[in-house]
Ligand binder design. Structure first.
Ligand code: PGA
Length: 243
């Protein structure tokens, strides 16, 4: 059963998320952490950066990159990896030795998937996976219809994702495919936190909670994960019955 944690606003969500991530980063264990790009975690990243600055190379955690648009990388403005670099890795001075991520510009994307799967099999499971919830309920780039047993894979993007993702880029871009960790990795993670903020997420949050667990809404995996939290602000919670 997923634990629903409703907080008042985006500031409170950011504080709460930052506290969870920092506690995993500061732990002495060699924790493997997966964090999402996107708009929702940016407030938490700012808090993490203010608390972690200068310390990160003495800590034992490693970050596993969640996803990327095929053909893009850290140098592409608007990409997932550029978002992580600008808002987390650079301000926290997290070096490349701590980051394992897809090369979405590789000529052999299948090999990238197998490389990531092998890394997680040998070093995992992921200790803490934090995921944003897409407007269509996707997690990472696991679009509706993705099998719960899927590991890393290359994805034809849904029309919703292609449209919504334009907000990350300075100019309109053609997006066709993504590369992403799979739902299997999230289900096997020791702890799973899904985050959503704002009125535009209220309907998908309602569907996640009210509809049955199904591949039609990937985020419903939170309801079968043994230690998961849906961390949402008041607006994202506004279509839930009790609100
Ligand atoms: P967002 O992205 O945080 O920008 O809303 C979530 C997602 O689509 O995965």
């Amino acid at each position: 059963m997923v634990d629903i944690e409703r907080v008042t606003d985006y500031g409170a969500l950011s504080e709460r998320l930052a506290a969870e991530v920092l506690s995993c980063m500061l732990d002495s264990g060699e924790n493997l952490i997966c964090l999402p790009s996107g708009d929702t975690p940016l407030g938490a990243f700012k808090i993490i950066a203010s608390k972690l600055s200068g310390k990160s190379n003495r800590l034992n955690f490693k970050l596993v990159g969640l996803d990327e648009w095929v053909g893009m990388g850290r140098d592409t403005k608007g990409s997932c990896q550029s978002c992580m670099f600008e808002h987390l890795y650079k301000p926290c001075a997290i070096g490349r030795d701590k980051i394992i991520e897809f090369n979405a510009q590789s000529a052999d994307l299948e090999m990238e998937c197998r490389k990531m799967d092998r890394f997680i099999a040998e070093n995992g499971p992921i200790d803490l996976a934090v995921l944003g919830i897409g407007m269509n309920g996707h997690l990472g780039l696991n679009e509706p219809g993705t099998s719960f047993s899927q590991s890393s894979h290359i994805v034809p993007l849904s029309e919703t994702t292609k449209k919504v993702a334009q907000k990350y880029f300075p100019e309109p871009v053609e997006l066709e495919k993504g590369i992403t960790l799979g739902l299997k990795h999230f289900l096997e993670a020791k702890r799973l936190i899904l985050i959503a903020s704002g009125k535009q997420k209220a309907e998908i949050v309602r569907r996640i909670m009210e509809e049955e667990v199904s591949e039609r809404i990937p985020a419903t995996i939170a309801k079968i994960h043994p230690d998961s939290t849906l961390l949402i602000d008041h607006h994202a919670a506004s279509a839930l019955q009790e609100e």
